[in-house]
Design a protein around this ligand. Sequence first.
Ligand code: 5GP
Ligand code: ZN
Length: 114
Amino acid sequence: MSNCIFCKIIDKKIPARIIYEDEHALAFEDVNPQAPVHALVIPKKHIPTIMDIGEEDGSLISHLITVANKIAKNKGIAERGFRIVTNCNPESGQTVYHIHLHILGGRRMHWPPG
Ligand code: 5GP
Ligand code: ZN
């Protein structure tokens, strides 16, 4: 999608600190980290919100979780613990309408979340 910032990162039209890439997924460091580890995992397919995920996307979504787990392991937070967050629509705080998993870790997480 031409005006989507994450599609532009996928197309390398804008720079990002990419930490993982394969045919279907990309992961990069969040530009405004909220924890010592804050990475984003995105599908290369443009899907605006998690409400737009279809049955046909099942294997893609499970792949994103697998990528997130690999990153958690590589970043050394898998055993300590980490959080995967995905925001959906305005009241959640979603600002980029291309689905993404936030991987947050390296500090104690609070509950309930803000
Ligand atoms: P949301 O608010 O939609 O759940 O999360 C969007 C995330 O994308 C935010 O954490 C924000 O810091 C990050 N972000 C927005 N624009 C860019 C960008 O151009 N590059 C990178 N690396 N992260 C971005
Ligand atoms: Zn997009």
